[in-house]
Design a protein around this ligand. Structure first.
Ligand code: AN7
Length: 345
């Protein structure tokens, strides 16, 4: 039997894996690239959705985590730590469990989607809620590495970006070429940096003749890169990208410069519109932060006839509260044919 073996094996030639004897994998990657029929019609272009919500822990973070945990284990680490808006903690907890390592996660109190909290807990991480926001949680995680024998697995760990570059490889492997535009949500700006590295390496290696323009989208209430200064109290319904001081700020500026791209803001209302549109018109249930990429192309438009890939970074099931509160709880009806007929007609 031979199936998909996970990123580090499938793309081994693109990594430096010297000294690694054991790969820690949950067979992440190889996610669908769906052609979005109705979205394409709406923007008069060919739009594809890279649905990263179908990774093992339900987000793109698994791409970086297979590498970060594999390297941490090879280096003899026994405990990893991260600050997180939720998805990093879910992925870190999952891969640490697979590796037989301890995992400590710091999350902002009350500001992570319930599915992500549930994941970190059930995978067995030590979860602490910080009375503060993500930026403070990340600062504290970094500081703790100075005082405790723990390895940080946020995207300031270069192994994370390395693993995440494979998202770009998969897109080119399916399309046979890089798209004209890659639209992607931006929080800490690690993923936009990783995708650019992937496209660039494939281009230099002769796998893609061209390079895409990189279009990043931040939530308007948490848009430090757009504003040009840190945001002390970021606020957005898209809690995954509720980040006021991105760790990969400088690399992200380089990406938009080199790719002739841009980073712009979309409002929560625009994010929720795109989130609902994706579910109802494309049958893809992603989380609100992920919909920022689609909100961005709907808001700003794309060149007619161009090929666009929107990265949908996480699964909608992670944040059931947002889905339910947007739709409202369903009505309750008596268990009789009569009552049903009255309600439905
Ligand atoms: C669904 O989990 O930062 O710009 O701690 O979960 O690479 O930070 C999550 C980020 C986009 C932004 N979409 O990616 C965390 C965390 C989803 C996310 C982003 C995140 P980056």
């Amino acid at each position: 039997m031979s199936g998909w073996k996970g990123l580090l094996t499938e793309y081994a030639e693109w990594f430096h894996l010297e000294g690694v004897r054991e790969v820690v994998t949950l067979q992440e990657g190889n996610t669908p690239l769906l052609f979005a029929q109705r979205l394409s019609e709406r923007v008069s272009a060919n739009v594809y959705l890279k649905f990263e919500g179908l990774n093992p822990s339900g987000s793109f973070k698994d791409r970086g985590m297979t590498m970060a945990i594999t390297k941490a284990k090879a280096n003899g680490a026994s405990t990893v730590i991260c600050g997180s808006t939720g998805n990093t903690s879910a992925a870190a907890a999952a891969y640490a469990a697979k590796a037989g390592m301890e995992c400590v996660v710091l999350v902002p109190e009350g500001k992570i989607a319930v599915g992500k909290l549930a994941q970190a807990m059930i995978y067995g991480a030590r979860v602490l809620q910080i009375r503060g926001n993500f930026d403070q949680a990340l600062d504290l995680a970094r500081e703790l590495t100075q005082h405790l024998p723990v390895t940080i697995v946020n995207s300031i760990n270069p192994d994370r970006i390395e693993g995440q570059k494979t998202g770009a490889f998969e897109i080119v492997d399916v399309l046979g070429e890089a798209p004209d535009i890659l639209a992607i949500p931006v929080g800490n700006a690690g993923n936009i940096t990783a995708y650019w590295r992937g496209f660039t390496q494939y281009h230099v290696g002769g796998r893609a003749a061209r390079l895409p323009k990189m279009w990043g989208f931040q939530a308007a209430g948490a848009a430090p890169i757009v504003l040009g200064h840190p945001v002390a109290n970021p606020e957005t319904i898209a809690t995954a990208i509720r980040i006021g001081n991105p760790a990969s700020w400088v690399p992200a500026l380089e990406v938009i410069h080199e790719s002739l791209g841009d980073i712009r803001a979309v409002t929560d209302a625009e994010i929720l519109d795109a989130y609902q549109f994706l579910a109802r018109q494309e049958s893809v249930f992603c989380e609100p932060a992920s919909a920022a990429s689609v909100a961005g192309i709907l808001k700003f438009g794309v060149p007619e006839g161009s090929t666009v890939v929107c990265v949908l970074t996480g699964n909608g099931l992670k944040d059931p509260d947002t889905a339910v509160s947007l739709s409202g709880m369903p009505p309750v009806v008596d268990a009789s044919l009569d009552a049903l007929m009255k309600t439905l007609s």
